[in-house]
Ligand binder design. Structure first.
Ligand SMILES: [Mg+2]
Length: 256
C-alpha cells in the first residue's frame, strides 16, 4: 500500500530518483541543514489570517462580513510593500502601518487611528500564533536524532522571528537562526548564505537549504553552490532546477 501511494505521486518519484542518484554519488554527505521559517515550518498564511480576523473583529467589527475581501486585499498590498522594503524603498516601520492604510483605503473604510493600532497589535499578536506545517516537529526530531546540525535562515525581522520560534516550539531544535537583519543582506543575496555558513563554520558542500520560495531560498542557495530542497506543498508547476523537491516535510526522511 505504501509503495502504491508513493508511485502515485510524481513528486515522490522525483525524490526517490534523486535519492538513488545521491546515494550512489555522495551518500550522507550532508551535515548542516538550513531551513527557511515562514511558509516552510511556520504556517505564515494561517497564523496571519487568524490574527488579522481577530484584529478586524476588535477594531472594525462592521467589516467582518467582508473578511474574505479584507484578507485578499491585505495579502496583495503586503506583497507589493514587501518588494519595496526588500529593494530598500520602504522602511520597516512604514511597511507595517502602510499595509493597513492601503487595505482600508482600497475598501473605502476610514482608517481613523485603526491602522496604527492594528499595525502595532499585528506585530505583537501574530508571532504568538503556533500553527506549523504538518510534520514540522516530527521531522525536526528525526533530523536532530540523526545528528544533523539544524539552522534557520529567514528574511523576517529578528524580534518577530525570535518570538515565533519560541512560542511554536521550534527553538530547541535549532543551533542558530540567521536573520537578514543580522547578516545585513536579504535572501536571495549570496552574502546572507555565505554569512550563514561562515558564522557556524559550515561547508557549503556539506549543507542543504530547504525552503518554499524558488527565488529567495532555492535560487539564493544555488548561487553559492549549495544543494536545495524545494518545499512545494501546493505542487505548483515550475521550471527551476532543484536538487530535491517535496510536497510534505515528512518526505525529507527519504533524502536525509
Ligand atoms: Mg518562506
Amino acid at each position: 500500500m505504501l509503495s502504491k501511494l508513493f508511485f502515485n505521486q510524481t513528486l515522490t518519484i522525483k525524490i526517490i530518483q534523486n535519492r538513488q542518484i545521491m546515494q550512489h554519488i555522495n551518500k550522507n554527505s550532508y551535515k548542516n541543514i538550513y531551513f527557511d521559517l515562514d511558509r516552510t515550518l511556520w504556517d505564515f498564511q494561517s497564523n496571519s489570517e487568524q490574527t488579522l480576523s481577530e484584529l478586524l473583529e476588535k477594531y472594525a467589527p462592521e467589516l467582518m462580513p467582508r473578511i474574505v475581501e479584507f484578507l485578499k486585499i491585505y495579502h496583495q498590498v503586503n506583497e507589493v510593500l514587501w518588494i519595496k522594503y526588500r529593494e530598500g524603498e520602504l522602511s520597516k516601520e512604514l511597511l507595517r502601518t502602510q499595509r493597513f492604510i492601503d487595505t482600508f483605503t482600497a475598501m473605502e473604510f476610514p482608517c481613523n487611528g485603526i491602522c496604527e493600532a492594528m499595525s502595532i497589535d499585528y506585530i505583537t499578536e501574530s508571532p504568538l500564533k503556533t500553527g506549523l506545517f504538518p510534520y514540522s516537529l516530527e521531522i525536526l526530531e528525526y533530523l536532530k536524532q540523526k545528528g544533523y546540525r539544524l539552522f534557520l535562515i529567514t528574511n523576517g525581522f529578528s524580534e518577530v522571528q525570535d518570538v515565533k520560534i519560541k512560542y511554536s516550539g521550534l527553538e530547541p531544535f535549532f543551533e542558530k537562526m540567521i536573520t537578514s537583519e543580522e547578516a545585513g543582506y536579504q535572501k536571495p543575496h549570496r552574502k546572507i548564505f555565505e554569512y550563514a555558513l561562515k558564522t557556524v563554520n559550515a561547508r557549503k558542500n556539506e549543507s542543504i537549504m530547504i525552503g518554499d520560495d524558488l527565488e529567495n531560498d532555492i535560487f539564493g542557495a544555488q548561487r553559492i553552490g549549495m544543494d536545495t530542497v524545494f518545499f512545494n506543498p501546493l505542487k505548483i508547476s515550475h521550471r527551476q532546477n532543484t536538487t530535491f523537491e517535496i510536497a510534505s516535510l515528512i518526505d525529507l526522511k527519504y533524502i536525509l
